[in-house]
Structure formats: C-alpha cells, structure tokens
Design a protein around this ligand. Structure first.
Ligand code: ADP
Ligand code: ASP
Ligand code: MG
Length: 404
C-alpha cells in the first residue's frame, strides 16, 4: 500500500460535475489499495471573485481580513469534495490548513510554510479515511489564518507530501503536465516527460503557472518527486525530480509574465545609496523580486504582480517613498527562455533578441541569470514574443530532429 498525495487545482473542481469526477478519481486510487490525501484549491475563479469583492469594499483591504476571506475558497472546495467522496461510499474527512498542522511565517497574503505537524492527518489515514486538505492556507505563530500567495495550493501539496512521507505527490490541473510553453499561448508547445528541479524552479519563477515556484523549491529542498498530470485524462504527465545535467546551454522552455512591475535605479550614487533600501521595501511583504544586483551603475528589479495585494497602491507607495530617484513601470510584461546555462551564453541572448526583432516586438531591456534570459516587452506583445522565442529555440530543433 502506498501513500499518495493528489492535488486538484481550481479548474479541476470548477463545477459540480468536475468535483464529482475528481471524487471518482480519488476513490479509484483508494480502491486500488492506496492511502490518499487530496489537497484541493478554490473552485474555478473563486479566489479572484473574492479578491474583487474585497477591493470593491475597501481601497486597501487589511491583509489579515483578506486571508480570512480567501481561505474560505478552499474550505468550500474541501467540504464539497469530501461530501462527494462520501457519496461514493468511502470514509472521508476534510481538514482546513490549520487543522492539518500547516504552520507558516507571520506574513499575511504571502506566508511561507515553515513546518507541517502531520499528526492529525496521519491519525485520520490510520482510521482508513481519505483526507481532504484545504490548500493555500495555514496558521502563523499568533494562531492567525494565513494564505500562501497565488497558486499556493501546490505548496500545500508538496509540504503535506513531505510531512506525511508520501510515496507519491501528484499535482493535477487542466493540462497534460509541463509544456515547452503555455499551450494557451503557443499552440505548438508540447509536454515534457521530465524536468529537473532547477529548471522547473526557473521556469515557474518566470511565469509558467502550471506549478508554483515555491512548491518546486520546497520539493527540491525536501527531495519530493512531483508528477504534474491532467485531471481529465490518463496521460503520464511530467516528472519533476533531480536529474543529471549536461554542460551544454540549451533552451528547454519559454515562459512569460503578462504583467509585471519594473523598478530601476540608474547612476552610481542612487544604486549605492538606495538599492538595498528599495529591495527591502519590496521584500518586506515576502514578495518575490528578481533582482539584477548592483553592477555599480544600474540595478533593476522585476516583480510579478500576482504577489501584490493592490498593484496601484503598491506602485504609488514605492514612488512616494523614493520619488524620482527610482523609476517604477507597470505597463510591461516579460518573456524568458529557460534552460541550464542559457543565461551564460551570449549567442542565445543574441538569437532571442534577433527573433523578437523579426517578429516586430520591441525589447525594452534584457536580463540574464545563470539558467535563463528575460526580455521586457510591452504587455500587449507578450503573446507574439512567446511564439517567436518558442519558434526559434524549440521548433527548429524539433524539426531538425524529425528530419534526421
Ligand atoms: P490549477 O488551477 O490547477 O492550479 P493553473 O491554472 O494554476 O492550474 O495551471 C495550469 C495552467 O498553467 C494551464 O492551463 C496553462 O495555461 C498554464 N501554463 C503556463 N505555463 C505552462 C507550461 N509551461 N506548461 C503547462 N501549462 C502552463
Ligand atoms: N486559490 C488560490 C489561487 O487562486 C490558490 C491556488 O489555487 O493554488 O491562487
Ligand atoms: Mg495553480
């Protein structure tokens, strides 16, 4: 008998029929002789709808109250899913994040999991029950409910899998695993059978929303092998694990942020005097910042907007605090080519910039990290930029292989 953690995202439980289908899938796993912990997200667009209601009622809603509100989305799903499983004749119990022993940092809205006290979940499993855990939430040291940042149910699944020492951790969504690009944007994208933790972390940080970057980092740290699969078919999906790396720089996927904030500092005095203060002001809410670091003359920071409770207030707050000594731009998106050592190879950057130019996409600025390169473009051109990068790095190679 194996112990399997299965996570089902919002699109997998978007309506009652889908909820029944998920219940059936979980029950089949149980009846094949396995113990199952199911982690579930809020139904469909629930989290966005709740956030919009909060923003209609309050200009800058308190983060504590936002967490009280947003945690409810997953709680609706957990109880409905548990009922649907019980209806199929299996013993099942739903538990909130705090009941499941998920402990987090104090930060509301973007908390991180610090520990999973899995005793309660384990006891329920020993009683022969299927356990349904509400994703995306936990409890901080003050006993307050916290949420884990957008897409955070993936992290719940990985942390619970590590906490109960599961044999398998499967993350189900509406796609057949991790593709070479978001298949909704690039029609020719194809699923990958496997990917390493380091590459997946990079891809997720650059916007491949199929897996949450913190979830991948957690899995990497705790050596949890993750399989990304589709709820609606039996395709094998993608295994995310440790794997041997070659030395050759090679793009394996492209990703984008449709919207981000670009903060830039120019000139020796500003970079030296302000750089770390700006970074601190951004990071104080545990927001992920892609920071180019200080090269003496310039420093740039990219911030994914989904991490921010209120975009305008955040951007204005930075502008007020640092006035015209920094520039804060909000109308941009990014495209990134990801693969081991790609950022260290100037030919790859040149090839990317040339492909974007041919596609009529203007590049505002480019950045490299060890395993990625990123170009900032107008938000409206992100789709064209993705297709251009995918074509140049991932389609020619495929065609070449097919011809060979
Ligand atoms: P869930 O609601 O199940 O958590 P998400 O919407 O967070 O699902 O993630 C699945 C979506 O991720 C897909 O529908 C797809 O549009 C998007 N996506 C972005 N990049 C990729 C990629 N590289 N591979 C697969 N899907 C991707
Ligand atoms: N419901 C949350 C969100 O929409 C968490 C998740 O789905 O993982 O971001
Ligand atoms: Mg998700």
């Amino acid at each position: 008998m194996s112990l399997i953690v299965q996570k089902f995202g919002g699109s997998s439980v978007a309506d009652e029929d889908k909820m029944r289908h998920v219940a059936q899938r979980i029950v089949e796993t149980r009846r094949a002789g396995h113990q199952v912990v199911a982690v579930v997200s809020a139904m469909g667009k629930t989290t966005n709808n709740l956030l919009n209601m909060a923003r209609d009622l309050a200009k800058d809603p308190s983060r504590r109250e936002l967490d009280m509100l947003l945690a409810c989305g997953e709680r609706i799903s957990m109880s409905l899913l548990s009922m649907a499983i019980q209806e199929l004749g299996e013993d099942c119990i739903s538990l909130t994040g705090p009941q499941s022993g998920i402990r987090t940092t104090d930060n509301h809205f973007n908390a991180r999991i610090t520990d999973v006290k899995a005793g309660r979940v384990e006891r329920e499993l020993e009683r022969g029950r299927i356990v349904v855990v509400a994703g995306y939430q936990g409890m901080n040291s003050r006993g307050e409910v916290t949420t884990l940042g957008r897409g955070g149910s993936d992290t719940t699944a990985v942390a619970v899998a590590a906490g109960v020492n599961a044999d398998r951790c499967e993350i189900y969504s509406d796609v057949d695993g991790v593709y070479t690009a978001d298949p909704r944007i690039v029609e020719t994208a194809r699923p990958m059978p496997e990917i390493s933790y380091v590459e997946m972390t990079e891809l997720a940080h650059h916007g491949a929303s199929v897996l949450n970057p913190r979830a991948v980092e957690y899995a990497w740290r705790r050596d949890v092998e993750v399989r990304a699969r589709c709820t609606f078919n039996d395709a094998p999906g993608t295994i995310i694990h440790e794997r041997e790396a070659g030395d050759e720089a090679k793009v394996l996927g492209v990703a984008c942020h449709k919207e981000l904030i670009w903060v830039s500092l120019r000139g020796k005095d500003r970079v030296a005097g302000l750089g770390d203060k700006v970074l601190k002001a951004i990071e104080k809410n545990d927001i992920f910042v892609d920071d180019t670091g200080d090269d003496g003359e310039r420093r740039d920071m990219l911030i994914a907007t989904e991490d921010i409770a209120n975009l305008d207030i955040f951007a204005d707050g930075l502008r007020d605090q640092f006035d015209d000594r920094i520039s804060v731009s909000t109308d941009l998106g990014s495209v990134s080519a990801v693969g081991l050592h790609t950022g260290e190879d100037p030919d790859i950057l040149r090839k990317a910039e040339a492909a974007l130019e041919r596609a009529g996409v203007g590049v505002r600025i480019s950045f490299t990290r060890e395993h990625s390169l990123t170009c900032l473009v107008e938000a409206a051109q992100v789709g064209d930029a993705m297709r251009a990068l995918h074509a140049v790095f991932l389609e020619d190679a495929k065609q070449a292989r097919e011809v060979a």
